[in-house]
Each structure stands twice: as C-alpha cells, then as structure tokens.
Design a binder for this molecule. Structure first.
Ligand SMILES: Cc1ncc(C[n+]2csc(CCOP(=O)(O)OP(=O)(O)O)c2C)c(N)n1
Length: 581
C-alpha cells in the first residue's frame, strides 16, 4: 500500500506520542492540513503564528513534554522566528514544522519562499530540510530526539510541498532515527570532590536554574539543600524547583533579586550552581560575583562551563543524576551539618528580616498588591505565565512558587507578547489547573488576538493586566538613568480591554480602587471561561531592589520598601528550628 508524505508525518507524530499541534494553515501546508482533517490528533488553531510557537513553548514548559507547531512557508515561517529564538535561549524542547515551496522551486524566489533554514540556523538547536519522502519518517523522529535530549531546544523541520504529496510503499517507510545521544554520567572523582567541598563549607549557597526544572531534578535539589542545610536562591527560570515556602528559600538573586539572596551570593564560601548559565541579569559585575566563593557548576551543556564565571569544579551531567550522586556520596560519608551552618542560616535569616521584599502602600492600586492577592486567592496553586517588563518581575517576586513547571516566563529573550499564548499552551497541557497570565498593558497588545484561540478552544485562561498606561520597565529606566525623559513609553490611548474581551466572547472585569481588587479576582476565578482583568495601577511604581547593570550585587537600591514581606512573616520566629537532617 502507498502512503503519502503527509501520512508519514502524522504516523511519526503518533509514534512520538504527540497529543496536540498548535498551528495555522496556508498554501504550502494545505496538503498536511487535508490529512489532519482525517487524523485524530488535536490541533489548536491560533490567530498568528507567533501565538503558535509561544503556545507550543508554554505547553512544553508546563508539561515537560515536547511542544509542536505547524505553520506555512514564507510569512508563516518567519512569524515563528521570535518564538524559536525565545525557546532556544531558554532551552525549551519544541519541534517546528514549516511548509516549504516544492523542491524544484527552492532558491527561485518562489511565492512565499524564504530560506527558513538559513534564518533559523543560529536560533535552533538543529534544523532539517526534508528533500525526499524516503527520509521523512526518520528525520521527524530525529527532530524529537534532538529537541528533548541533553540540553533541550527547538528543532525545525522544513517540509517542501511536493515531499508531503509524494508517495512511497508503506513497508519501505523508515522511522528509525540514527541519532544517539549519550548522556554523560557524572564522573566519580568529581562527585567525590564536590562532596568534600560541601563538607568543608561554612557558608554554602545553592544557586539553581532552569536546568533543574528541565532535568526534573527538583526532588533531588530539595534533598541536597535540606541535607546540607544550605540556603537556596534560583534564577527566574528555576523558580518553583525549590519551594518558596521553605525556610531555606532566599528568593531570586540579581538585578531585581532579594537583599538576602544578593548578600548571600556576596558572602558564601561555596556556591553550588545547578542548571544555571550565569546570565548577566544575575551576575551583574562578573569580577565581583560571589567574590568569597569556590564555585561548583553542574550543567548538562559543557559549553556553559567557564563561559561567564570561572569555576573550581565543573560537573557536566544531567542535574538529576549529579545531585543524586552527590547526595548518595554525602550519605555514605554520614554527612552532618557543621556547626557553622547554623550561624550562616541565622545570618541569612537576619538579611531576610532586615530587608524583605515590600512596597509602599498608597491610595492607588499597587501592582505588587494585585500579585499578592492573586497568590492568596489562588492559594499559590495557579500556573503563572508572564509577559515581559515590570509585570514579570512582580510576578516573580510576589507570587511564591512551590512546584516546578508552574512559572512560565520568557527568561533569556525577554519577549513581550509571550505570556498569553504561552498561558494558552499551559492550559492545554494542564486543563484542570488555574492558569493566569500576569501582563502589562503594553505586552498584552502584542498577541491579544489569541483571545480568539482561547475562547474558541474553551481554554479558560485568566489574564491580569497590571495597567499602568506605560511601557513600565522602560519608563523606570528612563526615570532612573535618562532624567525622566519619557520618550515613547507613554500609552495614553490604550483600548478598552473590557470591550476587546467582550468582542472576542470573553469576560472583562476592571478594578480602579484598592477595595475592588479582591472582588475582581474572586469573580474572575469563579467564571468558567476566559477572563481579562484590568487593574488600573499606580503608573509610577518601580521594581525594587535594583542593582544597576554592571554594579556589584551588594550595591542595591532597595527603593521604598515599607510593607513587611509575607515570606518572613509566615516563617515564624525561627524558621531553622526544624531539623532537615
Ligand atoms: C518584543 C519586545 N519589544 C520590546 C521590548 C523592550 N521592553 C522591555 S520591557 C518593555 C515594557 C513593557 O511594558 P508593559 O508590557 O506595559 O509592562 P510593564 O513593564 O509596564 O509591566 C519593553 C518595551 C521587549 N522586551 N520585547
């Protein structure tokens, strides 16, 4: 029996257990869409291809599986490029299927032809152009293996129209990929050294990142931290891998990090970096980063070792395996906390008490207050997606994450417009969860058309717009460094977001006064479908702490932080009184 390229494609997707495709049709993929019509696989029709790639990305982040998107050639393909770069820098496994003009026309500037291979070469983990139907099955399987193995990332498969129409004997189709990824096991001598360094440390600090979430190693991270009594800080990408409700949690470090996390980085004698890449938003002035510390760096990608920060010991391995091995070795050594750890913990607690995260209350609604209320009323159980800017930082600071895969944010690229389609993808992955996109009034307008997708597919995402009538984060920099010249950051003619919501068949709710915030959130949570909440917030609010780019981490502008942080308040008097051993 003969099968077509399109049929082979769907068979390969089935073999990869793909449950859903986010996509948008067009001429070059019309044959694939015709085959889709006959297939059982779920397809979510987005309203813009950027929505498709971000939704596939959000699906991957929330589910831990590979996300898939399907788009047409030319503009369909180029519309995914921002999202591909976004997934690449955050190491998110997605497979992008792009239509392409027939092979005979490639290179002829045919209608809707672009060299998507050339365009995406630097921002994919790998990309393929399938020139022959005989290699299709194998290539698609290989794309999935590459996307999910080692350091994950986006893989693009370019599918010329004639290849998808071509037929071959079913029995000749090959789905066996020759791709073999040999995961490096942690080296025993390195594990031994790590255990020795940990045992000798007086002021150890664990610094975890997105690699712990991607490597599904949060259980092992928790075990190590509690076993050695080390406080934990984590990058934006790693939030949730270590529970924010744990007394050892310090919050995020870096430019908008907590006082305690930045001081701990400054004074620790051993820094255990796991699945981190020492991004400049964390290190700030590299020469002054963790100045007193020996550094252990555990990462699956050898390229990130010694790339930014010099390390004293590097372990190239999967985070889960490396942490398991270190914990096992420490157990064999009958590790007990050295006495000095208790002093270190008390010091850290003092920093937490001295300068907790906070903000100054006033007559206007404070954006941080909205995020706190979202946390309280969702009992910390929501999946939070964010846009980019101040909203993103407040979502990181004032919602507290106890589980991995619950904070979905554009870490490396900082892509405005990511949050809402990513929230749609997360809602598809976790249909029973409450999914909230914490947004700015600028960012939400970058992919607001996806309201159509959410409503059509009954994906009850809740959007919380922290509406400050400006591009807040840029405005804050203009205030701090450009003598308040607010060049092109004022959004005075915002649309009526409630009317937009209603026009798409969603619900719109607005809070103008502090007393209305709780009511609006409760009403939104009680509503079954898609809801857009607009909170008219103080337009002059800033994100603090703030470390100027390039300054050492202990030079923090703490801003007007008056309220006490719930983090310290709920920890009680002595959070370390409980034994973790
Ligand atoms: C696609 C894109 N364009 C521009 C920027 C630069 N940028 C970073 S934050 C920001 C302002 C975001 O404004 P808004 O979404 O209203 O959020 P706020 O900071 O006010 O919370 C801008 C323009 C970006 N990150 N992404």
């Amino acid at each position: 029996m003969k099968v077509s390229g399109a049929q082979i494609l769907f068979k390969a997707l089935e073999m990869e257990a793909v449950e859903v495709i986010f996509g948008y049709p067009g001429g070059a993929v019309i044959g694939i869409y015709d085959e889709l019509f006959r297939q059982k696989i779920r397809h979510i029709l987005v309203r813009h291809e950027q929505g498709a790639i971000h939704a596939a990305d959000g699906y991957a982040r929330a589910s831990g599986k590979v996300g898939v998107c399907l788009v047409t050639s030319g503009p369909g393909a180029t519309n995914t490029v921002t999202g591909i770069a976004n997934a690449h820098i955050d190491s998110i496994p997605v497979v992008i299927l792009t239509g392409q003009v027939p092979t005979a026309l490639i290179g002829s500037d045919a209608f809707q032809e672009v060299d998507i291979m050339g365009i995406t070469r630097p921002c994919t983990k790998h990309n393929f152009l399938v020139r022959n139907v005989a290699e299709l099955g194998k290539v698609v399987r290989e794309a999935f293996h590459i996307a999910r193995s080692g350091r994950p990332g986006p893989v693009l498969v370019d599918l010329p129209k004639d290849v998808m129409q071509a037929e071959m004997e079913e029995e000749d189709v090959c789905f066996v990929s020759g791709y073999l990824y040999a995961e490096e096991s942690p080296d025993n001598s390195e594990i031994e050294r790590a255990a020795d360094m940990i045992a000798a440390a007086q002021t150890p600090l664990i610094f975890s990142g997105g690699g712990v979430v991607l490597g599904k190693a949060s259980g092992e991270l928790r075990e190590l931290a509690r076993m050695i009594g080390a406080p934990v800080t984590s990058t934006l990408m790693g939030l949730g891998a270590f529970p924010a409700s744990d007394p050892l949690w310090l919050g995020m470090p870096g430019m908008h990090g907590t006082y305690a996390a930045n001081m701990a980085l400054n004074q620790c004698d051993l820094l255990i970096g796991v699945g981190v890449r020492f991004d400049d938003r964390v290190t700030s002035k590299v020469a002054a980063f963790a100045p007193c510390a020996q550094i252990i760096h555990i990462d699956i990608d050898p390229v990130s070792i010694d790339k930014i920060v010099r390390t004293d010991l590097s372990i190239v391995a999967n985070a889960k395996q490396a942490l398991l091995a270190i914990v096992a070795r420490l157990k064999e050594k009958n590790h007990v906390w050295p006495g000095a750890i208790r002093n270190w913990q008390e010091q850290v607690l003092e920093w937490k008490r001295e300068h907790p995260l906070g903000y100054k209350k006033g007559a206007a609604i404070k954006p941080q207050f909205v995020v706190e209320k979202l946390y309280e009323l969702s009992r910390g159980k929501a999946i939070i997606a964010t846009e980019v800017g101040q909203n993103q930082m407040w979502a990181a600071q004032f919602y507290h994450y106890d589980e991995p895969n619950c904070f979905i944010t554009s870490g490396g690229l900082g892509t405005m417009g990511f949050g809402f389609p990513a929230a749609i993808g997360a809602q598809v992955a976790r249909p029973d969860s409450l999914v909230i996109d914490i947004a700015g009034d600028g960012s939400i307008q970058m992919n607001i058309q996806e309201l159509g997708t959410a409503v059509q597919n009954k994906l009850p995402v809740k959007i919380a717009i922290l509406s400050n009538s400006c591009l807040g984060m840029v405005r804050q920099w203009q205030e701090m460094f450009y003598q308040k010249r607010y060049s092109q950051t004022v959004l005075h003619n915002n649309p009526d977001f409630l009317k937009i919501a209603e026009a798409y068949g969603a619900r719109g709710l607005r809070a103008r006064k502090v007393e209305e915030v709780e009511e609006v959130i409760k009403e939104a949570f009680a509503t079954e479908g898609v809801v857009v909440m607009e909170f008219i917030v103080d337009d002059e609010e800033g994100v603090y702490p703030f470390v100027k780019p390039g300054a050492p981490l202990d030079e923090m502008d703490l801003g007007p932080m008056e309220t006490t942080s719930r983090e310290v308040a709920r920890d009680g008097d002595d959070p370390f009184s409980r034994s973790f051993n």
